[in-house]
Design a protein around this ligand. Structure first.
Ligand SMILES: NC(=O)c1ccc[n+]([C@@H]2O[C@H](COP(=O)([O-])OP(=O)(O)OC[C@H]3O[C@@H](n4cnc5c(N)ncnc54)[C@H](O)[C@@H]3O)[C@@H](O)[C@H]2O)c1
Ligand SMILES: O=c1ccn([C@@H]2O[C@H](COP(=O)(O)OP(=O)(O)O[C@H]3O[C@H](CO)[C@H](O)[C@H](O)[C@H]3O)[C@@H](O)[C@H]2O)c(=O)[nH]1
Length: 326
């Protein structure tokens, strides 16, 4: 069985990836410092608790498990926090990834899959966003992820590392079997926040911006189901192992959904009414982001299976109903 080292595998997307890997016949080993993740989300292989910035720890884990592939989810990933505390982002995302990449190089691991983000594009010059669009991040978070993408490409050229950079749009939803969900603390993402509000006794929800140049004035994003993101990662391993060229892939559905449309879906899926209030825009939020994901379709054979917003939101509602003390 091919062993895959999954950094950040106790987190939201990494834990879903471990499940997808195990179902596809891979053997995931998780490295996570549990700064944000949850040990009980690691269900498909061992958990080694430690920090990716600790090269001695990484070398010990790699020597013990001998992974053939690294899937790298561990990062700090809140845009606003990155503006307030860029040092944390350069340390965790850049130094952490470079430490990991060095361990990969010195231990001769051939294949590396990176969690990247649509935040590497910044404000798009045209929509939908293609992989070759200009990359001008407007936050330290996006800048740190772009820096790691550059390092990957250089490691590929110089050392022969095979890599894929997966640029997710808005990861959303929960495992459809109810085994995993989104448990960020603090939560900043619109879908879990709106669901938590709807299921609470004080269902106030703040829409951040109502004057965007979008059909209903609220910001538009491309919400992609976390299980589909996990599936794309497994496909990326298969693609690289089959000799596919190292590359970046957008992971989105191509469908733009506004914040107001999200709230309508949350109200349908919970059967609860939200008390919607409008607030000023959140600094740094682009008006509209949605992907052209045709490259992932063509090269990885990736076709998101859960594209309907009610399926995405409904899976998250189901998770919260079973796991939130309302
Ligand atoms: N959630 C999204 O919509 C989204 C969108 C684009 C990209 N991404 C990227 O996907 C990845 C996973 O995101 P997520 O939403 O699952 O986040 P998450 O916070 O749920 O998971 C990250 C995991 O990494 C661990 N971690 C963080 N720093 C670490 C370190 N130095 N050493 C070891 N472990 C560490 C945390 O404990 C956590 O379990 C991140 O790289 C993020 O930038 C997420
Ligand atoms: O209480 C809230 C929270 C969010 N929003 C709005 O909902 C939309 C989506 O916001 P999220 O915070 O859920 O997601 P982002 O688009 O900001 O973030 C996503 O895209 C980023 C890049 O742009 C990063 O990759 C990040 O990890 C990923 O979750 C934004 O317009 C935001 O202003 C609200 O209206 N009210």
């Amino acid at each position: 069985m091919t062993r895959v080292l999954v950094t950040g595998g106790a987190g939201y997307i990494g834990s879903h990836a471990c499940k997808a890997l195990a179902l596809a016949g891979y053997d995931p080993v998780v490295v996570d410092n549990l700064s944000l993740g949850h040990a009980d989300a690691v269900k498909w292989g061992p958990l080694e608790v430690g920090d990716i910035r600790n090269s001695a720890f990484l070398n010990k884990v790699i020597t013990q498990y001998k992974p053939e592939v690294v899937m790298h989810f561990a990062a700090s990933s809140t845009v606003g926090e990155s503006v307030a505390d860029p040092a944390k982002y350069y340390s965790n995302n850049v130094m952490g990834s470079l430490t990991l990449l060095e361990a990969v190089r010195l231990n001769e691991i051939e294949t590396f899959i990176l969690s990247s983000t649509c935040a590497t594009y910044g404000i798009p010059t045209c929509l939908p966003i293609l992989e070759n669009a200009p990359r001008n991040p407007i936050s330290p978070y996006g800048a740190t992820k772009l820096a790691v993408e550059h390092a990957l490409a250089d490691y590929g050229t110089a050392y022969g590392l095979k890599w894929a950079a997966m640029r997710y749009f808005n990861a959303a939803g929960a495992d459809l079997d109810g085994e995993l969900g989104e448990r960020h603390e603090p939560e900043t993402h619109v879908i879990p926040l709106a669901i938590q509000a709807a299921l609470s006794h004080r269902p106030v929800f703040n829409v951040l911006g109502r004057d965007y140049p979008t059909p209903d004035g609220s910001a538009v994003r491309d919400y992609v189901h976390v299980a589909d993101i996990a599936d794309a990662h497994v496909r990326a391993i298969d693609y690289l192992k089959a000799g596919g060229e190292s590359s970046a892939f957008n992971l989105g559905t191509g469908i733009g959904t506004s914040v107001i449309e999200i709230l309508e879906a949350v109200q349908r899926c919970t059967g609860r009414k939200l008390d919607i209030r409008f607030q000023p825009r959140r600094p740094g939020d682009p008006a509209s982001l949605y992907a052209a994901a045709t490259k992932a379709a063509e090269l990885l054979g990736w076709h998101p299976q859960h594209r309907e917003i009610d399926t995405i939101v409904g899976s998250a509602v189901s998770w919260f109903r079973h796991n939130l003390a309302a």
